[in-house]
Ligand binder design. Structure first.
Ligand SMILES: N[C@@H](CCC(=O)N[C@@H](CS)C(=O)NCC(=O)O)C(=O)O
Length: 338
């Protein structure tokens, strides 16, 4: 009997803790008035400060979209630059509310660090860059070459696997900071620079002579990049996850920042639900029913953020590829809002 009481008391404490943990982050964010967003030190197109020190990029837009949903103000975000090595500790320690930083969703990260991946904002894969003048045509020609790599990344692990699997000599030069990696490659201390292929394109766009460098054709890994939150707060997780889905759903339904006001009058029931004209899908997330309207109005849909940050007309120049919506041959897919 006594044992049962103790067990009951323990489970009551546990569920109380779970309830308070559940509401904590959104309440804190509302109280302080902004979302603290963990980003890179600067990867153009993904998260980088522009010439006026304003953060822009696909990953930045995700945080801006969360702020739009919470505050009707996409600028209610502050950014913290984090290296690959420090990013997970910063998130676990509560230094940031969400991490939106070229971060690959892997099983050990998702299950062993007290953090939870929200979704895949960008399907990527690891590639290799070399100097054109070196005449290298394939990653299989890289045995023994000096390879510049950032530490604390999947990049290191994938490259080690790939070289071992192909019986190639693995010779790395490892740095904590991305700028050091790129500088070492530019200074000729390494023959090869390897990272997520989107970031190779982003870095190459910053080089003095981008055409002197080529990205080899092989992609050696899956790098699903997405936002991450602390585990144990389902309200905050749901808000993050449905912010991502709302960006996709808006694209799928043809709702853009330019036409969203007009779309308020649409007869399409899916558009009415997305924009909060019919039903209330915001209150259960802890925000108002026009949460997705605010996201689209203030940030745009997924295609808009993709196109202005990393798309073919930007210096990064990435086709949609896997990141197209499912109905256009890609794998970006949002469950229905209903
Ligand atoms: N996606 C990989 C690599 C992430 C990564 O750190 N990439 C580098 C190259 S793009 C980066 O973002 N560096 C930015 C920085 O260190 O500020 C991972 O999650 O481990």
């Amino acid at each position: 009997m006594q044992k049962q009481l103790v067990t009951l008391a323990a489970s009551a404490i546990l569920s109380l803790t779970a309830v308070s943990a559940q509401a904590a982050i959104l309440d804190d964010v509302k109280a302080k008035g902004y979302v603290q967003c963990g980003v890179t030190g600067g990867v153009p197109g993904f998260s980088a400060p522009d010439s006026n020190n304003v953060w822009t990029g696909l990953e930045v837009d995700f945080c801006r979209a969360m702020a739009a949903a919470i505050f009707n103000d996409a600028d209610a975000v502050r950014f913290t630059s984090l290296t690959s090595q420090e990013r997970f500790t910063a998130l676990s320690a509560g230094e940031v509310d969400v991490l939106s930083r070229t971060t690959t969703w892997t099983m050990s990260r998702d299950t062993q660090l007290g953090i939870t991946f929200v979704g895949t904002m960008f399907y990527d894969g690891q590639g290799f860059m070399v100097r054109k003048e070196d005449g290298i045509a394939s990653t299989l020609d890289l045995s023994g070459a000096a390879i510049c790599i950032e530490s604390g990344t999947t990049t290191e692990l994938n490259a080690a696997d790939y070289f071992a699997a192909n019986n190639m000599e693995f010779n790395t030069v490892v740095f904590v900071d991305q700028d050091e990696v790129v500088k070492a490659y530019e200074d000729g201390r390494c023959d090869v620079y390897t990272t997520d292929s989107s970031a190779l394109a982003a870095e190459r766009s910053k080089f003095a002579n981008p055409d002197d460098h080529i990205i080899l054709p092989e992609i050696i890994s899956k790098e699903p990049l997405g936002p991450v939150v602390r585990s144990g707060d389902s309200q905050w997780f749901n808000l993050a996850r449905w912010t991502y889905f709302a960006l996709l759903e808006a694209e799928e339904l043809g709702v853009t920042s330019a036409n969203v006001d007009e779309m308020l009058g649409s007869d399409n029931p899916a558009i009415k639900r997305l924009l909060g004209v019919e039903g209330d899908f915001g209150t259960p997330l802890g925000v108002t029913k026009d949460w997705a309207y605010q996201i689209v109005k203030l940030v745009g849909n997924y295609a808009e953020t993709y196109d202005r940050n990393v798309g073919p007309s930007t210096p990064i120049g990435l086709e949609r590829g896997l990141n197209a919506l499912w109905k256009d041959g890609g794998i970006q897919y949002a469950p229905p809002i209903r």
